[in-house]
Design a protein around this ligand. Structure first.
Ligand code: E4P
Length: 221
């Protein structure tokens, strides 16, 4: 499973890119608005750091408006993926973009049936939102699991991005379900990376090394 970063924050993207684990980036209008940055410039800046897919979402609510926005977004960088919300307009736009070879991420997926329709429309990715379903007492990961199964059985090339990830257990569960990608907020990646016993272990090693220094030759210290 690949890891994407769910953010429009450049510092976070640069940090995770340096860790060598960054497979791509997903943005949405909320994440871009939080940065207070120019949308198109920010996508270009992200593309200067990230080789993998970068999802940029359209804001139009009708299919032709979505396609027009997508045409512009697709010129920003070769690895831009057009994010469209699932629905009549979204599927129509995804079908049109797919026929032109422009990759799409059909987002705001809350059921495997929505994911199936998106795959049939030619979507490159679908994004089931796990956390938002969990928030309303529904099993978000079940939608990921079911979608992966439906795509496998149907032989679809569409990839499943587990989205709306809230904590590290979501990431592991998405990997176990066979999701192709999990798109993860920076703070969740940090929690995944750190463990209190690792910190204690490093502190002990350093303290022991201080004690051992007395016995080292000058060349070793
Ligand atoms: C996915 O592409 C979305 O940007 C994101 O995962 C939404 O997550 P949220 O429910 O935390 O807003």
């Amino acid at each position: 499973m690949r890891l994407f970063l769910d953010t429009a924050n450049l510092d976070e993207i640069k940090k995770v890119a340096a860790w060598g684990v960054l497979g791509g980036v997903t943005t949405n209008p909320t994440l871009v608005a939080k940065e207070g940055a120019d949308f198109h410039r920010r996508i270009r800046d992200i593309a200067a750091v990230v080789d993998g897919p970068i999802s940029a979402e359209v804001l139009a609510t009708d299919a032709s408006g979505m396609v027009r926005e997508a045409e512009i977004l697709a010129t920003l960088a070769p690895n831009v993926v057009i994010k469209v919300p699932v629905g009549e307009a979204g599927l129509t736009a995804a079908a049109e973009l797919s026929s032109r070879g422009i990759p799409t991420n059909v987002t705001l997926i809350f059921s495997a049936n929505q994911a199936l329709l998106a795959a049939l429309s030619g979507a490159t990715y679908v994004s089931p939102f796990v956390g938002r379903l969990d928030d309303i007492s529904q099993d978000g990961m079940a939608v990921v699991r079911e979608t992966v199964e439906v795509f496998r059985q149907g032989g679809f090339a569409t990839q499943v991005i587990a989205a709306s990830i809230r904590h590290p257990i979501h990431v592991l569960d998405a990997a176990k379900c066979g999701a192709h990608v999990a798109t993860v907020p920076f703070k969740v990646l940090q929690v995944m990376l750190h463990h209190p016993l690792t910190d204690v272990g490093v502190a002990h090693f350093l303290a022991d090394w201080e004690k051992a220094k007395a016995h080292l030759t000058s060349a070793e210290s």
